[in-house]
Structure formats: structure tokens, C-alpha cells
Ligand binder design. Structure first.
Ligand code: SF4
Length: 502
């Protein structure tokens, strides 16, 4: 008999082949390293939401049979609020986040999501639970979806009834029941088949979630292909794919993309020299002034607001690195700031930043939208620092622009203008600039996760991660300095014909 949990059922809602692959070809499912952080966040939000209806009893996690028996015992004992109540019906299994026991097999169900909005997939999830419970003879009086309230601003202790938004979806869910029964019946038939289902690539591969089997399902396509092109929308990729424009050669022949994307295609296909638009690079550099500062922030986004004035998922800066050069030919200096975990880092970051960057200094950021938004947030929060912070904000220049506009492009950038691609393309084989050689923290996601976990780490581990974070963020601004140096070198050369002029 097909064993179907609610997460497997939801996978099949996205694509039946996805469930088939999970069951028959587990090697086709690519693990996403970010998943653990998502799971941890979901668990933390779920734990908090358990308290929404007052005192509760949680069914301890363990073997399925034990969880089901414990749920029965709690229901029969008249326990009013049960968290992780677990049920099974003909191979279908679900754990209900919060079950309100009204007595006499009358229950209400609350499904908790750590997102800011409820989605159609959440409704499918709830519909599956409703199906299992009603199939077991329960009278589900109400089923609600609970998500975080994007408008909630913390002031003082958390107010759970304001932090969470409950949406009654009972009628919608009742209306979905025939569809649930049909889908389960269909899955019971199809999941036993030994032949891989011939599902076509489509929107469902990207939405609501990026499918973890995409590499498997596209293994027969030429490499690289339209799905490897960066900076274009999924619908453009799919439209070309459906027209049979898949390989880079086909994209080039059909001139299928905008000119800036076609540069990437031509570079990948042919042994062309780098694109270096010297006049455009000179124009960019002429907008910079001494002293020159290179700034990079690290932030984290706690689902549950940790500090006063914060909303759910607000970006909180906890660290920055700053390289700077005072004058032409001057030495490269470095400053940095990393907050202590466990306390609100924002004031410390704001004050130190105001001390570290002098008024009117030209400050480079790579993808400045992020740094500017964080500085505006700090300026709103601290009126006494507002003028200084906005002075920094107003003097930020985006170092990403020459690469985004393809004024400097080499094949090794693989179509990306992210500094993680630009840097190794400009300094191939330089181990001191290789993020892979870092310990512990290699990207922004790992930096956020590390800081979020640091408070609970033992002191030695905390010290190790602190060093890792400082090295990682320091490399981010050193990378910016090195990239800027390459732009200067390029601008200093005459406009010769040894590169493709743009
Ligand atoms: S990649 Fe697309 S077709 Fe393949 S399993 Fe995933 S959703 Fe289905």
C-alpha cells in the first residue's frame, strides 16, 4: 500500500513524477543545503504557535505508531489542545500542528506556516489533513491556516495573537475533498508503476518550489542549455524550450534573447576574447573619488522578530567589512564589525559605521540596493544618527554596474555578474581569493545561519564561527578591491583591438 504523508502528497500536487522519483529514484532528488535552515525556521515558528491557544500538550516525536497511540490517549483523556496530533488512514499519514479537541470526535485543526502569506499549496496540505481526519470519523468543525503577520511590529514581549494571522479555510477545504480523493486514487495506481512517468518540463518545475529533480529530468538536454542562462525569466526559458530553442547554438541561430544575453551565448560558444568596453569603464571610474571605501554587510532574517521595532523576516545587519584607501597610491586598510550574538546588533552596527566612514566618502558596494536599504532602515530607527547614515547612503556607488551592463565580460563569468563569478573569472586560480578555501562560512546564506545559531553554540565553537564570519566578510570587500583594480587596469590600457569592443 502506498504510504503517503502530507509532504509527499504536496510533492505529488506539484508534479506526480516528483513523487514517483522520490519513491523509485531517490538519487534523482538533489538535496538543497538551504533546506535545513528553512526546516529549523519552520520548527521554531511551529513551536511558538503551539502556545496560541493557551496550555497545550505536544505528542513527542517518535515512531509513527507510538505518536498515533499517544494522540488517541490524549484525545480520550479530553486534552483540549494537542500539538503534533498524529493520524493514519489506509496508508495516509498526517501530523496536525495544532488540534483543538472539542470532545466527542469533534475537532478543529490549525496548520501553521512560517511564511508571511498562505499559499495554494498550504490549502492542499490542509485538504489532505481534513481528508484523513474525516475519513477516520472525526467531525472537523473548522480548519484554519496560520501564518506570520507581515504587519506585526514587535514592541516588548511577543504578542502571539498579533504575530500570527489565522485564516479560516473550512469551506474551501471542504470543496476540495473530491479532488483529494481522486488524486490519492490516481497516485495509488501510478506510484506502483516501474516505468518513469513521461512528465514534460513546464512551469510546475519552478513553482511553487524549484523542483529538486530538475537536473534529473533535463539530463537528456544539451549542455549548456536555455535553462542555464542567467538573468532571464523562467517563462522566457520555457517559451524557447517549447519552440525547440534549447542549446546555445540554437539560441544563437534564432537570436532568441536580448543583446546583452546574446553576449554570454556567443562567449560560451566561441573562443572570443573578453568584452572590455574601455570608454564605459573609464566613465564609471571617473564617478569615484578619494578616499574610496568598499563596504559589505551581512544580515539575517529571523522569522520571529527578536527585537523591538522589528517585523517578521526583517533583514537585521549584524556584520560589515570595510576596506579603504585614502588617496591615489595609498595603502589598503581594513576595518570590520561583528556583533555579539544574543543582543540587538543594529545600534552597534550603525554607530560603528558612522565612526568608520567619514562624511562624504565615496563608498562602493557590490549590488548596492541591499546595503542602501539596510542603511535607510538604520537611519529610520536611530534619528540621532540619521544625518550621518544618510550621508553614507547618498555617497554609495554600485561596483556591480560595469559587470551587470557587460562593460567587462569574460566567458568564465558564465553569464553571471555576481561577484562570486566575477572574482574567479578575473583572478583564475588565485587561492587567496577562492571562497571554496574558506572554512565554515562560504556564502551569505551560511553567514546568516551561522550568526543565528551562534548564541546557542559552546564558546569554542562560537569563537571558531566568529573567525569564519570575519574571514568570509573580509574576503567580500577584498574581492571588491581586486575587482576595482582590474577595472582600473582595463581603463588604463589603450583602446586596442585585442578585445571585442562593445
Ligand atoms: S523537474 Fe519538473 S517534470 Fe521533473 S519531477 Fe520535477 S516538476 Fe516534475
Amino acid at each position: 500500500m502506498l504510504a503517503l504523508s502530507k509532504s509527499r502528497y504536496c510533492a505529488a500536487v506539484q508534479c506526480p513524477k516528483l513523487l514517483w522519483l522520490m519513491l523509485h529514484r531517490p538519487e534523482s532528488v538533489q538535496a538543497d543545503p538551504a533546506n535545513q535552515a528553512v526546516l529549523d525556521r519552520g520548527n521554531a515558528v511551529g513551536d511558538l504557535a503551539m502556545g496560541l491557544f493557551g496550555a497545550y500538550t505536544e505528542v513527542p516525536f517518535g515512531d509513527l505508531g507510538g505518536m498515533i497511540r499517544e494522540t488517541q490517549r490524549l484525545l480520550e483523556a479530553g486534552t483540549p489542545v494537542i500539538a503534533e496530533a498524529s493520524f493514519s488512514l489506509d496508508g495516509l499519514f498526517c501530523s496536525v500542528d495544532i488540534l483543538l479537541n472539542r470532545g466527542g470526535k469533534r475537532v478543529s485543526v490549525v496548520e501553521v506556516k512560517s511564511a508571511l502569506h498562505i499559499s495554494d499549496m498550504n490549502r492542499h496540505d490542509a485538504a489532505f489533513q481534513y481528508y484523513v481526519l474525516t475519513g477516520l470519523g472525526y467531525q472537523v468543525e473548522r480548519i484554519s491556516l496560520c501564518c506570520l503577520n507581515p504587519a506585526y511590529v514587535r514592541q516588548g514581549p511577543l504578542e502571539l495573537e498579533k504575530l500570527f494571522l489565522l485564516t479560516d479555510v473550512t469551506e474551501e477545504i471542504r470543496g476540495m475533498q473530491d479532488g483529494v480523493a481522486e488524486r490519492i486514487e490516481g497516485l495509488r495506481r501510478s506510484m506502483g508503476q516501474t516505468e518513469e512517468p513521461p512528465e514534460e518540463i513546464g512551469e510546475h518545475c519552478f513553482s511553487p518550489y524549484a523542483c529538486p529533480c530538475f537536473a534529473w529530468c533535463t539530463q537528456a538536454l544539451p549542455r549548456p542549455n536555455i535553462f542555464d542562462v542567467g538573468g532571464i525569466q523562467t517563462r522566457t526559458k520555457l517559451a524557447n524550450y517549447r519552440k525547440g530553442i534549447v542549446s546555445f547554438a540554437q539560441i544563437e541561430a534564432a537570436k532568441a534573447l536580448k543583446p546583452d544575453r546574446m553576449v554570454e551565448i556567443s562567449q560560451a560558444l566561441h573562443e572570443l576574447p573578453p568584452v572590455i568596453d574601455r570608454p564605459a569603464i573609464r566613465a564609471f571610474l571617473s564617478g569615484l573619488r578619494w578616499p574610496l571605501y568598499f563596504l559589505d554587510f551581512e544580515s539575517f532574517m529571523p522569522a520571529v522578530p527578536l527585537y523591538d521595532g522589528c517585523r517578521p523576516y526583517e533583514q537585521i545587519v549584524f556584520q560589515y567589512s570595510l576596506h579603504f584607501i585614502e588617496r591615489e597610491g595609498g595603502e589598503l586598510h581594513h576595518r570590520e564589525h561583528l556583533a555579539r550574538p544574543g543582543a540587538d546588533p543594529r545600534r552597534g552596527v550603525a554607530e560603528q559605521l558612522c565612526r568608520d566612514i567619514p562624511p562624504d566618502a565615496c563608498t562602493l558596494a557590490y549590488n548596492m540596493t541591499f546595503e542602501k536599504a539596510r542603511i535607510r532602515g538604520l537611519a529610520e530607527l536611530y534619528p540621532d544618527l540619521r544625518e550621518r547614515l544618510m550621508n553614507i547612503h547618498d555617497h554609495i556607488v554600485d561596483l556591480m554596474v560595469p559587470f551587470q551592463k557587460k562593460h567587462y565580460y569574460t566567458r568564465a563569468m558564465q553569464g553571471s555578474y555576481s561577484i562570486k563569478y566575477v572574482l574567479p573569472a578575473l583572478y583564475p586560480g588565485d587561492p587567496s581569493l577562492d571562497y571554496h578555501n574558506l572554512e565554515g562560512v562560504h556564502n551569505g546564506g551560511e553567514a546568516s545561519a551561522a550568526f543565528e545559531r551562534m548564541e546557542k553554540m559552546p564558546p569554542e565553537e562560537q569563537a571558531r564561527f566568529r573567525a569564519d564570519l570575519l574571514r568570509y566578510c573580509g574576503l567580500d570587500t577584498l574581492a571588491m578591491v581586486k575587482v576595482w583594480e582590474k577595472l582600473r587596469e582595463a581603463a588604463a590600457l589603450p583602446d586596442t583591438a585585442d578585445e571585442t569592443e562593445n
